[in-house]
Design a protein around this ligand. Structure first.
Ligand code: SAH
Ligand code: SF4
Ligand code: F3S
Length: 467
């Protein structure tokens, strides 16, 4: 992809830095320098990494998947659970040896972990071979950081969050040509007591509707078949904007964009999921009948100390309203097992709720203590082993439900977006995100097919129905 250094809204200052990096790199060598972008965490981070790749392309980098041939390695990190952080430290440690072999290699760490002072300190003192560490609030300044490093600067550490406004126009380098993420808002104001995200992503900021519409229109015009509108809590979209807009209205606007594509969105916080939004969903033909609605727990006592601001009853009534409006809707959810002070009785209420809702799939996590969050100081008497038992029990409950729902699809016709082909086998996703395997011409990749489900064997298979 070729970029124009002079045009676009992306900060003139950063574009100028990118142009200078470009010149330095092209003076240095005949072949292009290569970059490796390693991404951890949620869709927001995947989306941010596409902008990082966009900025790197602008600077003249090509990409590689091999650390040993990279001139620039960047880790875009996640802080949501301890395990996520441990993996990052492990991965960063593993590239140290390549730096010794490859002269001039730059190693950078960015994203949610790098937003925290304690992590910056750890990289400063224990990872001397890491050259650049920067948080989510300054990620658009990557060209400046690379330029400074290439021109002899010492190690760079930046994690200011106060200027975390919405930066438009950062070039995007998407890897997938069929489906893509479109952030509609950044940050989170909810402060669930277990969660680090509000501290590492800052306050909620919404993108202007015209920017979102323009991005989706461009994607649809260049052949994209699915857009996923992203935000930590898309339902509070629009807060602070001059326009009279909310997420339901935005959904209708995106739905009005001409073209054959599907719309998904995540994440919806149940406390802000309104009837207006469910109505918009039911009336917009491009919006898939699938709702990711994280419940976290089925116990009102735990929901209260989690600061979730709804009860299990409120949640179930939302599910009921959604089903009344869209009988074919499917649900997925996030659940935390073993929140501080959670008892087995609380856990059983979660299990009961899971059985009642019948999710098509669940993302289940054992509570992980995050320093700086209110839950980190709450008494947590239940052992990890005991929590592990509850966790496995919940997985077994969900497996049974998931399997039953999958088998119920046999004989039904599902609309599937075909995403890949291998030896005549086509694999795609149905509305509820389930994988469907079918057979047909490779040219069907990137198209919607009606697939009649014929069997279930660790996954759905079916035959394409000719229109
Ligand atoms: N904004 C989204 C997702 C946030 S992070 C939402 O509100 O749903 C994704 C999931 O990680 C959360 O839904 C939660 O289930 C889980 N999570 C967040 N913090 C956690 C922690 N400290 N321990 C375990 N799981 C956690
Ligand atoms: Fe975390 Fe809660 Fe915000 Fe989701 S809504 S990002 S769980 S604080
Ligand atoms: Fe992780 Fe940051 Fe996403 S903490 S879950 S990458 S917002």
């Amino acid at each position: 992809m070729q970029y124009d250094f002079e045009s676009g809204e992306y900060s003139a200052e950063q574009r100028a830095y990118a142009a200078r990096v470009y010149n330095i790199l092209s003076d240095k060598r005949s072949e292009k320098c290569k970059a490796l972008v390693v991404t951890f965490g949620c869709q927001q981070n995947v989306s941010d990494s596409q902008r990082i790749r966009g900025m790197l392309s602008l600077m003249g980098y090509d990409f590689t998947e091999k650390a040993e041939e990279a001139d620039f390695i960047i880790f875009n990190t996640c802080a949501v659970r301890e395990h996520a952080e441990d993996r990052v430290f492990g991965n960063v440690g593993a590239v140290k040896k390549y730096k010794k072999q490859r002269k001039g290699m730059i190693i950078a760490v960015c994203g949610c972990m790098a937003q925290q002072d304690r992590i910056i300190e750890k990289f400063k003192t224990s990872y001397p071979y890491v050259d650049i560490v920067f948080g989510t609030g300054v990620s658009d300044r990557l060209p400046e950081f690379v330029y400074k490093k290439l021109t002899g600067s010492k190690r760079i550490f930046e994690n200011e969050l106060s200027n975390a406004s919405v930066k438009e126009g950062v070039p995007i380098n998407r890897d997938d040509k069929i489906k893509g993420f479109v952030p509609v808002m950044y940050g989170c104001d909810n402060f669930c007591t277990y969660c680090i995200v509000p501290y590492v992503r800052g306050r909620e900021r919404s993108r202007k509707p015209e920017e979102i519409i323009k991005e989706v229109t461009d994607m649809v015009n260049s052949g994209y078949k699915e857009v996923m509108l992203l935000g930590q809590n898309v339902n509070s979209y629009g807060k602070g904007l001059k326009e009279d807009i909310n997420f339901a209205k935005l959904l209708r606007m995106v739905n009005d964009i001409p073209g054959d594509f599907r719309i998904r969105f995540m994440t919806s916080h149940p406390k802000d999921c309104t009837k207006e939004l469910l109505l918009a969903m039911s009336e917009c033909e491009k919006v898939e009948r699938h709702l990711h609605l994280p419940v976290q727990s089925g116990s009102d006592r735990i929901l209260k100390i989690m600061n979730r601001k709804y009860t299990a009853k409120d949640y179930l009534s939302l599910i009921k309203t959604a089903r009344e409006l869209m009988p074919d809707i499917s649900f997925t959810s996030d659940i935390i097992v073993g929140f501080p002070g959670e008892t087995f009785e609380d856990y059983l209420l979660t299990e009961e709720l899971v059985k009642e809702v019948e999710y098509s799939s669940l993302f289940t996590f054992i509570y992980s203590k995050r320093n700086g969050t209110p839950a980190a100081t709450m008494p947590d008497p239940v052992s990890r082993a005991e929590k592990g038992k509850w966790f496995s029990r919940l997985l077994a409950v969900q497996d049974e439900i998931g399997l039953r729902l999958e088998k119920n699809k046999i004989g039904k016709t599902l609309r599937v977006l075909i995403e890949s082909e291998n030896d005549g086998e086509l694999v795609g996703k149905a509305a509820d995100m389930s994988d469907v395997t079918t057979y047909g011409d490779p040219s069907l990749v990137g198209t919607f097919c009606d697939v009649k489900i014929t069997a279930y064997d660790r996954g759905l298979t079916g035959e394409i129905i000719k229109k």
